[in-house]
Design a binder for this molecule. Structure first.
Ligand code: XMP
Ligand code: MG
Length: 183
């Protein structure tokens, strides 16, 4: 593959690396206060949440443990169906634990809504959500996000863990993919 500037494949950068860093630090201060004196298990949703998990976990001045889940929505195309299949389950028993789900993006909300009730059924002390991005105009179910990075327009975005066809995850900012990439 030719080496090239992947930012050239974007029409627009929505959120710069520095804005993400600043916002995550703010969220970490809230999390530290809310979980003071309590155990905290971060549950990352693969693969999109890898970057936000790595930065959030290292910014937190709080003892944490981390675990990962991989899920896939049944259904065709890019639309989430709400019917979710677990591709990789947690290694951790959630009984009595304080769980914070770490997600890249809330689009329709259907995936998280399913995940939330799945994890709550495992007997945790608490389950909350931290998501870097949310598309309010795409919401099909109400999701109570305790820690939110940014609301964004209803456009397909890539970067900072988010992919198009597995590419652009390593972009440091979040941007809108140019139409010529799709065709
Ligand atoms: P729902 O609709 O269930 O879907 O909230 C959430 C999942 O869909 C993926 N997703 C995106 N991935 N750019 C991406 O790269 C986007 O704009 C986008 N919108 C949704 C993502 O995996 C998320 O967890
Ligand atoms: Mg995801």
């Amino acid at each position: 593959m030719e080496p090239r500037d992947i930012e050239g494949d974007l029409t627009e950068i929505l959120i710069e690396e520095e804005q993400i860093r600043t916002r995550l630090a703010e969220l970490c201060r809230l999390i530290e206060t809310d979980y003071a004196g309590r155990d905290l298990l971060l549950v990352g949703v693969l693969k999109g949440a890898v970057m936000v998990m790595a930065d959030l976990a290292r910014e937190l001045v709080h003892p944490i443990t981390m675990d990962w889940m991989a899920v896939s929505s049944y259904g065709s195309g890019t639309q989430s169906s709400g019917v979710v299949r677990i591709l990789k389950d947690l290694d951790t028993d959630l009984l009595g634990r304080n769980v914070l789900i770490v997600e890249d993006i809330i689009d329709s909300g259907l995936t998280l809504s399913w995940l939330l009730s799945n994890l709550k059924s495992r007997g945790p002390e608490s389950v909350e959500i931290c998501a870097l991005l949310r598309k309010p105009d795409a919401a099909r179910v109400d999701i109570d996000v305790k820690y939110l990075g940014f609301d964004i327009p209803n456009q397909f975005v890539v970067g900072y863990g988010l992919d198009f066809d597995e590419r652009y995850r390593n972009l440091r900012s979040v941007g809108v993919l140019a139409p010529h990439i799709y065709s």
